[in-house]
Write a protein that binds this ligand. Sequence first.
Ligand SMILES: Nc1ncnc2c1ncn2[C@@H]1O[C@H](COP(=O)(O)OP(=O)(O)O)[C@@H](O)[C@H]1O
Ligand SMILES: [Mg+2]
Length: 225
Amino acid sequence: MSKQKTAKRKLITATNPSSPIAEQFKTLRASIHFSSVDREYKSILVTSPEPESGKSTVSANLAICYAKQGNKTLLIDADMRKPTSHRTFGIPYNIGLSDMLTGNKIELQDVCHQTEIENLTILTSGTMVPNPNELLGSKKMGQLLQQFEGQFDQIIIDTPPILASSDALVLTPYVEGAIVVLRSYGTLKERAKVAVKQLQKTKVPILGTVLNRVKNNSSNYYYYQ
Ligand SMILES: Nc1ncnc2c1ncn2[C@@H]1O[C@H](COP(=O)(O)OP(=O)(O)O)[C@@H](O)[C@H]1O
Ligand SMILES: [Mg+2]
């Protein structure tokens, strides 16, 4: 386990926690909490119809929100096709999730990274593999997530887009909820509908939808301190 000092990508929930955008993440976290009256949603995957909608940004900020609230949080980069968590948090891109799934004796504490944010642990996607889909849908993935649920209060899983591969869909049996990120401009309604339908077929509860990249609204500035 290594301790890292510098985040390479500025994450607003960490750098500017009282900004309107950071407040929105707190609201998202609260909405997830309130939608779980009867049960806890310990493991949540974040996906979108297409690339570049902000899945990794939303995953990282949501994970920071949970961590800052005192929850022991694990952020898993399960986008083995376009991993970014190592860059976002300035941590080495070496072994991670794929290695845990293919190797027998790799323990989480050997591959995960503590961040400078208290309570936040990152599991990078690991060595590039030719078969991410098989690995993510494997029984071992289910077992690992179960194990992590015993070790953490909250698990956020960043996944590839639904319309590009079925990686997010094969993970659904092992998670308790999903969040869909849509670009306010760029995501075609039809594509969003297809993606949500595919997700609904899996029966995973959709806990929320994030409309990302909304054009700046000046009234938001009211909330700046
Ligand atoms: N709301 C936003 N406003 C401006 N830039 C954003 C926003 N959300 C994401 N980005 C930027 O867009 C790019 C793609 O975001 P990312 O989270 O990596 O998307 P994905 O994981 O869905 O491919 C990144 O450079 C990120 O910093
Ligand atoms: Mg991403």
